[in-house]
Design a protein around this ligand. Structure first.
Ligand SMILES: CC(C)(COP(=O)(O)OP(=O)(O)OC[C@H]1O[C@@H](n2cnc3c(N)ncnc32)[C@H](O)[C@@H]1OP(=O)(O)O)[C@@H](O)C(=O)NCCC(=O)NCCS
Length: 332
């Protein structure tokens, strides 16, 4: 079977963030920091916190319901669920299975993937590959995080950065060439894994009294090192995907980068020689929501800038693993 005359497109997208806000002002009462430092070093003003009653599957379900409603695809026509998260609700069952149930979908394949902040782009590439076999017609690709559950509120180097939220899209196989998800380029570099880790809670070091005492169930990061690698890897991923597709940065309608730090985004803009208004930024409102950051940003960028069919969108992300990915989307 040939799929040259077909494509996999993003039909619609939706997002959800919890109502509770944690402002820089409030954080400065918890750790030794201040609004001026956080704003100038990261661009973040506040982030959303799910709290005890809102779980990963709740946030993802809200985002997915919106995406389904906007797509016109009925829940019973979803054939596959892919959930990118590094903060799953439980290690087992997968968050994808919980979401399949909450949405009342058919008993379709559902699984989680962990590529940290690059997870949503990994999900798009995997979704595209699976739909391109012709076996599935419509899939939900979700990026969701409850990073507040893994944030050490005594560590000012990390607690200022992260927030909770979800974004979801419906992707569909269509009988039209050269549309939608044009290309994805993914990569990883495990040798530098040590720069972002959650040491405890996995099979190597299950939670115990000691891990609770030393806080090793929380995310730990070498921020300065991550910053440098992020700029290099995201810049390179953008350049590679543009070159491979015979495009230049001038062909791109908007770049939607992972929202980790405004200075990382500015450095990529300068590398691509694009003005900052070519980049969509909402980090000030949500901080770094890891796998949820890109789908939330696509949803908001579309609402704000009203994408038109044919607009070229460049997604780029970087995260723990280390992982990275870029994706070229022709808006459908
Ligand atoms: C974490 C990050 C904001 C720190 O910014 P930075 O400019 O690298 O700051 P440094 O770590 O060099 O620290 C500079 C100083 O500020 C202090 N500092 C760190 N966090 C602070 C805070 N929240 N408030 C006030 N001061 C702080 C440090 O202790 C240090 O003080 P010193 O010079 O007296 O030792 C930045 O490195 C970053 O964003 N890295 C990338 C993180 C990321 O994106 N991770 C996720 C990847 S997807």
């Amino acid at each position: 079977m040939s799929f040259e005359n077909s494509s996999v497109v993003i039909r619609a997208i939706g997002s959800y963030v919890p109502e509770k806000r944690l402002t820089n002002e409030e954080l400065s009462k918890i750790v030794d920091t201040n609004d001026e430092w956080i704003t100038t070093r990261t661009g973040i003003k506040e982030r959303r916190i799910a709290g005890e009653t809102i779980q990963v599957s709740d946030m993802a379900t809200e985002a997915a319901k919106l995406a389904l409603e906007r797509s016109g695809v009925a829940p019973e026509d979803i054939d596959l669920v892919i959930v990118a998260t590094l903060s799953p609700e439980t290690l087992s069952p997968s968050s994808a299975c919980l979401i399949q149930d909450k949405l009342g979908l058919r008993k379709v394949p559902a699984f989680d993937l962990n590529a940290a902040c690059s997870g949503f782009i990994y999900g798009l590439d995997i979704g595209k590959a699976m739909l391109s076999t012709g076996k599935y017609r419509n899939a939900l690709v979700v990026g969701v995080e409850k990073l507040s559950a893994f944030t050490n509120m005594e560590d000012r180097g990390t607690c200022i950065l992260f927030g909770d939220g979800a974004g979801a899209c419906v992707i569909s196989y269509v009988d039209e060439p050269d549309q939608g998800i044009i290309d994805c380029q993914l990569g990883s570099d495990g040798i530098n894994a040590r720069h972002i880790v959650i040491p405890a809670g996995g099979s190597k070091l299950p939670a115990n009294e000691q891990t609770l005492k030393d806080g090793s169930q929380f995310l730990q990061m070498n921020g300065r090192e991550v910053f440098k690698v992020a700029v290099r890897a995201m810049g390179q991923a953008c350049e590679d995907i543009l070159k491979k597709n015979d495009l230049t940065s001038d062909d791109i309608t908007v770049v939607i980068p992972h929202q980790a730090n405004i200075r990382i985004i500015e450095a990529i803009a300068s590398k691509l020689e694009l003005p900052m208004d070519h980049f969509f930024v909402n980090i000030q409102k949500y901080g770094n929501t890891s796998a949820a950051s890109i789908p939330i940003a696509i949803d908001e960028a579309n609402i704000e800038r009203n994408f038109k069919k044919g607009d070229l969108i460049l997604l780029v992300a970087f995260g723990a693993g280390l992982t990275w990915g870029a994706s070229l989307i022709k808006w459908y």
